[in-house]
Structures are given as C-alpha cells and as structure tokens.
Design a protein around this ligand. Structure first.
Ligand code: ADP
Length: 216
C-alpha cells in the first residue's frame, strides 16, 4: 500500500518523458528525471524499512546451520554485484555449524558482503575474505575487505538506522547494518568490527557453535 502512490508518480513521470518529450525543454526533462530518481530512491527506502520491520518481528527458530550453506546463499544474493565489480572472494576453509536461523544469517552475511563490494575506492577491485574460527563453544565469522575503512569513533554509529558516513559517493539507504545487528542480536549473537580509514574493514559475527545437523 505504501508503494502504490510511488509507482503512480514514477509511472506518470516516465509517461511524460516518453510521450511528451518533444514538448519539453532541457530543464523540464531534467526536473522529470529528478522526480523519477527520487521516487526510485524512496521505493528502495520503503523496501529496506519493510525488511527492517520483518527482521524485528520475524519468528526466529534456532537450529543447526551450516556456515558454508549460509555463505553460499549470501554469494548467490550478491551475484550480480560480484560480477559487476569483478571482485576476488575467498571462502572459509573450515566449515563449522552454528546455532542460528538460516535465513537471518544468510541475510546478514549478504548485507555485509554487499557493503564490502560497494565501499571500495573508485577503480579498485574488491578483495574480500570470509574466515570462520571455532573457539570455546563459539564461532567467529570475520569478513575482511580492502575498502575505504571506517574511523573508530564511527563504529557504533553505523549500526543505527539511516546512519551513513559516505553518502556522497555511494548509493544506499543506511538501513542494511541495522538489519544485520537486529538479526544477529535476535539469534543471541554478537557483532562488531575492526577498521580504520584507508585500511579496509573486518566485520565479525559471533554465534554459539552447534553440532552438525543430522541428515534427513
Ligand atoms: P548503506 O550501505 O545503505 O549506506 P548500511 O547500514 O549498510 O547502509 O551501512 C551504514 C554505513 O556504514 C555506510 O553508509 C558506510 O558509510 C558504512 N559502511 C558499512 N560497511 C562498510 C564497509 N565495508 N566499508 C566502509 N564503510 C562501510
């Protein structure tokens, strides 16, 4: 329902651009293009807010989840972005199991991966590595990138809704990391990062280790 008026706005501005192009001068066309791109952005914002609402409400049933499987699903979700950026991606050698909710974990990994692919300096090939380490009954998943990095005083802020540090050069709504944190906390896990400007970032997630799920 929220999205319907938006569809109408962008539909009519597209119609004007297509069918009345001859009667429009350069400035009118520019204004219409701005209407179209603003309504696209608002649509993205609505979709992300709806996803945030779902992450907060969704019934979460914890079970044994294979890290390898959740990572494969995250790679699939980001396939187009991986192709576009020609990124080099390393997957973990160890493949532990964690106590989690599979869709929530894959979504979290996909959001982190999508950011790692996006926040690189222009012209730089993204190099991303996921590692998995089990210790004292917990598993730590670390996603390291070679991106622009984040100064230490901003590490807490970026997990809040709508907070963006690099708005100018990179598209986004500032909701992705809030969805990740909400999901990880609801699974009883922890999330954090180490990062500094110009030195890349490493986001980590910690979850309880689980025994391998029995084959059905
Ligand atoms: P979005 O990606 O839509 O901007 P997020 O909530 O996912 O929103 O991220 C919030 C902000 O955190 C981003 O706008 C960016 O400034 C910073 N950020 C997130 N991931 C990274 C990363 N891997 N490298 C550098 N900055 C990042």
């Amino acid at each position: 329902d929220l999205r319907a008026p938006l569809r109408s706005m962008s539909g009519y501005s597209d119609l004007l651009l297509e069918e009345y192009a001859e009667g429009l001068d350069e400035t009118a066309r520019l204004y219409l293009e701005r209407i179209a791109s603003s309504s696209q952005f608002l649509d993205r914002l609505l979709l992300d807010l709806l996803a945030f609402g779902r992450a907060a409400r969704l019934e979460i049933k914890l079970e044994s989840v294979s890290v390898r499987q959740a990572w494969q699903s995250a790679l699939m979700q980001c396939a187009a972005q991986i192709d576009q950026t020609q990124a080099r991606i390393e997957s973990p050698e160890a493949a532990p199991w964690v106590r989690a909710h599979e869709a929530t974990l894959s979504q979290a990994l996909a959001n982190l991966l999508s950011n790692a692919l996006k926040f690189v300096p222009a012209g730089v090939q993204p190099k991303i590595k996921l590692s998995a380490e089990a210790r004292n009954g917990r598993v730590r998943l670390s996603l390291a990138d070679n991106g622009i990095g984040i100064s230490a005083d901003q590490h807490e802020r970026i997990f809040r809704v709508f907070e963006r540090l690099h708005g100018a050069g990179y598209a986004g709504t500032g909701i992705g990391l809030s969805i990740v944190r909400k999901g990880i906390e609801r699974m009883g896990g922890m999330i954090g990062l180490t990062s500094a400007p110009g030195e890349g970032s490493c986001f980590w997630i910690e979850l309880p280790q689980a025994s391998e799920a029995p084959e059905d």
